[in-house]
Design a protein around this ligand. Structure first.
Ligand code: DC
Length: 219
């Protein structure tokens, strides 16, 4: 069984998907982490994030591996565990920018489909229900108001000891919303057959239970 969770930045997709995957005994696949790792490669190697930079040669050098341990999914970029670094805000913006480039998307979608093949998975991202797994048995479009998403992100950053300001976090989210939904290739949008879940004002547990309920109906 495949469950696709799409939605804008900060909607809580990964927290919810992780918890639901644990309860269902499914594999959780965080596709945003792959765009983030690709953006980090560009940042660390001084590669400008634009279409002409990502030739086949460059793409072949971006080696992304996914490992699973008790902490969940780990992202290994060219042999190095970058799971923490990819959560920083320069990488978030870079990921949204790199995600516009079709050649990058094609490479990562191939990896995503390979990981999903033959497994029960919950995959989260922007184009899972519309493009990566169009036959997923359950599709969720998870969203929340911009202010709520910015507040959640702010709390997350502060808990990690990073200094962050509400207006800046909100601007970054608005920038990514626009970039992710207005790009030409596989933009962020709700699949026609996706269930809309607006998590504004809901706790993580309430959202998780709603998703488990929907999953159990399908099972
Ligand atoms: O889910 P996230 O915030 O970790 O994703 C980072 C960026 O990657 C997001 O702004 C857009 C891009 N992305 C995408 O285009 N398609 C996906 N399936 C997942 C992420």
């Amino acid at each position: 069984m495949k469950i696709a969770i799409d939605g804008p930045a900060g909607a809580g997709k990964s927290s919810i998907a992780k918890l639901a995957a644990k309860e269902l005994g499914f594999i959780y696949i965080d596709t945003g982490a792959m765009y983030r790792a690709s953006a980090l490669y560009a940042i660390e190697n001084g590669i400008e994030i634009c279409e002409k930079s990502f030739t086949k040669d460059v793409l072949d050098k971006i080696k992304i591996d996914i490992k699973y341990d008790e902490e969940g999914q780990r992202i290994i970029l060219c042999g190095k565990d970058v799971s923490k670094r990819i959560r920083e805000s320069d990488v978030s913006i870079g990921a949204s920018n790199i995600a516009v480039i079709p050649a990058v998307r094609i490479k990562l979608v191939e990896l995503q489909r390979e990981l999903a093949e033959g497994n029960n998975v919950i995959m989260d991202g922007r184009d899972i229900g519309t493009y990566v797994l169009p036959d997923a048995e359950l599709k969720i479009y998870l969203t929340a108001s911009t202010d709520e998403r910015a507040n959640r992100r702010l709390k997350e950053l502060r808990e990690k000891g990073q200094t962050a300001d509400f207006e800046q976090v909100k601007r970054d989210i608005e920038y990514r919303d626009k970039n992710d939904s207005e790009r030409e290739f596989a933009p962020l949008r709700k699949a026609e057959d996706a269930v809309l879940v607006d998590s504004t004002g809901m706790t993580i547990d309430e959202v998780k239970n709603r998703i488990l309920e929907l999953a159990k109906e399908k099972m």
